[in-house]
Design a binder for this molecule. Structure first.
Ligand code: FPP
Length: 281
């Protein structure tokens, strides 16, 4: 029998008597998503609504990052992936990019002790080693300091593109195959070579600001992910939104291409292999 889930400290998830508490009480802690992925969108619009420069939206977005990381860990969700900077974001003005990189460095500088104390393992994903040296150094520091964290893995997607991730995985698979380290190539092999290797695929993808796009995020991993979109702009995203997303996720029937009533998750390769076995039987 799997070990009993430690019950979360409700008082740390919501103020007693608050609307958030009503939401938290409805969450089934036995059926939490194992991995939540988040497209943090709408910082620019948040700033525009206030006649402020776009970078002010990003600054305000850091508070939402802090609250979301803290709450996700407190809920007991093992993996959180944040889309912080895409390969396509290089098209933005230089000052905006510079500000985003500085906000990231500042976030790590300020939060590192908390991340360590709370058992949160920080793992940048993407072609992050191509970022400015000062950012790479700070990220390496965070990876090293948080390596022992067992409560939650925090993936920060930086200089990330889902298509580049698949290209990188293919290159790596082919070079290992040519060196005789890999014999066959199937879905599991590809998964092993992605940046998220060893982690479960996202069960839930949240996108803020109302856009109905996946924007080149975790393209392979979200094949069967449940998507929840809110019109709330990222800087206004708070724990109550996260609770609503989880409740909505828990209300859905996941069929993974089956017909329900126990259709399990599994790779297409596994499904095909089962079909071949049936045919041979
Ligand atoms: C999208 O909003 C947001 C981003 C490209 C950056 C997200 C970064 C942060 C929230 C801050 C730093 C991150 C960490 C992890 C500390 P947008 O600018 O595309 O908004 P718009 O669509 O309204 O223009």
């Amino acid at each position: 029998m799997p070990p009993a889930m430690p019950s979360p400290d409700l008082a740390r998830l919501a103020e007693p008597g608050s609307p958030e508490e009503l939401l938290v009480r409805r969450i089934d802690f036995e059926r939490l998503p194992r991995h939540v992925a988040l497209i943090m969108d709408g910082n620019g619009r948040w700033a525009a609504e206030r006649a402020q420069p776009r970078v002010d939206g990003h600054r305000a977005g850091v508070d939402a990052v802090r609250e979301t990381v803290e709450t996700t860990a407190r809920l007991g969700i093992p993996v959180l992936t944040l889309y912080a900077f895409s390969v396509e974001n290089w098209k933005r003005p230089r000052f905006e990019i510079w500000t985003l990189m500085n906000l990231l460095k500042e976030y790590i500088r300020r939060e590192l002790d908390e991340l360590v104390a709370n058992g949160i393992r920080c793992r940048p994903i993407g072609r992050w080693r191509e970022l400015d040296d000062s950012v790479v150094r700070q990220l390496e520091r965070a990876v090293e300091a948080t390596a022992g964290g067992e409560r939650m893995t925090l993936n920060i997607a930086l200089n990330y593109s889902g298509r580049c991730e698949i290209v990188d995985a293919c290159r790596h698979v082919v070079s290992d195959w040519a060196a005789g380290k890999r014999a066959d190539i199937d879905e599991e092999t590809i998964g092993d070579y992605l940046y998220t290797s060893g982690l479960p695929d996202p069960d839930l993808l949240i996108r803020t600001s109302g856009e109905l796009r996946v924007s080149n995020f975790l393209l392979w991993q979200i094949a069967y992910t449940e998507i929840w979109v809110t019109s709330t702009l990222w800087p206004d995203f708070r724990r109550g939104h996260l609770y609503r997303a989880i409740l909505d996720y828990q209300s859905r029937e996941r069929r993974f291409g089956g017909v329900g009533g126990g259709a399990g998750e599994g790779s297409t390769d596994a499904a095909l292999a089962a079909r071949h076995r049936e045919r041979g039987a």
